[in-house]
Design a protein around this ligand. Structure first.
Ligand code: HEM
Length: 326
């Protein structure tokens, strides 16, 4: 009997040693170590969003670009140096706005003062994103905590792991399904385009000289296409020109983005394709008809996104600065 107990103890100890990363994420991870955690993030995002209303969109996209390629480990926040071209310098990340990075740096600075060496940049990004979604009227969802920051950030590891508007829908579906997301979850997550901007360069191919028979992609509502042409007229001289992703209620997190798509009011080709592809259209229609259904699906999918490839236990580190590995 005693031998059996010793064997079980040995086996448990061994499996712990072999699996040091098996610690679990919890909702109250910082309750003892940093009781001000939630309040500090809440105060930081509120001040930042009030002074820079582009922060919410910027942060939500930053979060997607952190999590989808190789897990929510804050690796998108790391700056390049002479030895390493980091993720944020990959072409697809060059349009990530400074406000998203800035709000995380501000929260990290405040948290380092209150509880040094305790809170990971990856957790800050996950919670700041959720709080900003809520601030704009979107749903609250639980964010489990205890992510550790990654020690690798390579631009070359991003290629092919993030969706582009020019990709066929099959490829976009494949990118999400390779990370475990269903088509419904992918459509729900795309509802993030209910806020934020797109630069003209992301869709000029679809509004100027589109084909011999039409100057713009006929998927667009004609008046909307003409409006986009006007708004982007000077885009070559002014690459910062951009338009709202949801022209009807750009600063509100709601389901109007989905209501826009059947009317040809989606900005990016990939937005419009969500309605035109038979695999995704049913979900667009359901979310357009029922905001609660969208909010439920979005919350569940965001929780799932926030758990992609997280590092815990002895893997990763608590970065001192979000833009540098320790
Ligand atoms: C389905 C495939 C998707 C494609 C092809 C796509 C592509 C894009 C592009 C090209 C932009 C414009 C960036 C710019 O010009 O600065 C954009 C903006 C944005 N995307 Fe997506 N996206 C997709 C899905 C998602 C998902 C799943 C999320 C989040 C869960 C998301 C969040 C955002 C946000 C919030 C913005 C606005 C950014 C800002 O205001 O700075 N996108 N997206």
């Amino acid at each position: 009997m005693a031998a059996k107990v010793i064997l079980i103890l040995l086996f448990t100890a061994l499996s712990f040693l072999l699996n040091p990363s098996e610690s679990r994420l919890t909702l109250d991870y910082y309750q003892q170590s940093c009781p001000q955690f939630s309040k500090i993030i809440q105060d930081t995002i509120t001040n930042k969003q009030i002074t820079s209303p582009t922060t919410a969109g910027a942060t939500l996209r930053l979060f997607l670009h952190d999590c989808l390629p190789n897990g929510c480990d804050g690796s998108v926040l790391i700056s390049s140096n002479s030895f390493n071209k980091a993720e944020r310098d990959n072409d697809i990340n060059l349009s990530l706005p400074g406000d998203g990075f800035d709000v995380i740096v501000r929260a990290k600075t405040a948290l380092e003062l209150a509880c040094p060496n305790t809170v990971s940049c990856a957790d800050i990004l996950a919670v700041a994103t959720r709080d900003l979604v809520v601030m704009l009227g979107g749903p609250y969802y639980n964010v489990y905590l205890g992510r550790r920051d990654g020690r690798v950030s390579k631009s070359s590891l991003i290629d092919g792991h993030l969706p582009k508007p020019s990709m066929p829908m099959s490829q976009i579906i494949e990118i999400f399904s390779s990370k475990g997301f269903t088509v419904e979850e992918m459509v729900a997550l795309s509802g993030a385009h209910t806020i934020g901007f797109s630069h003209c360069s992301e869709f000029t191919n679809n509004i100027y000289n589109f084909s011999n028979s039409s100057p713009y992609d006929p998927q667009y509502n004609p008046r909307f296409a003409q409006g986009l042409q006007k708004a982007c007229a000077d885009y070559r001289n002014n690459p910062t020109l951009s338009v709202f992703n949801d022209i009807m209620s750009p600063n509100k997190f709601d389901n109007v983005y989905f209501q826009n798509l059947p009317k040809g009011l989606g900005v990016l080709k990939s937005d419009q394709s969500l309605f035109n592809d038979p695999r995704t259209r049913p979900f667009v229609q359901q979310f357009a008809a029922d905001q609660n259904k969208f909010f439920q699906a979005f919350s569940q999918a965001m929780q799932k996104l926030s758990l992609v490839g997280v590092q815990t236990g002895r893997r990763g580190e608590i970065r001192h600065r979000c833009d540098q590995i320790n």
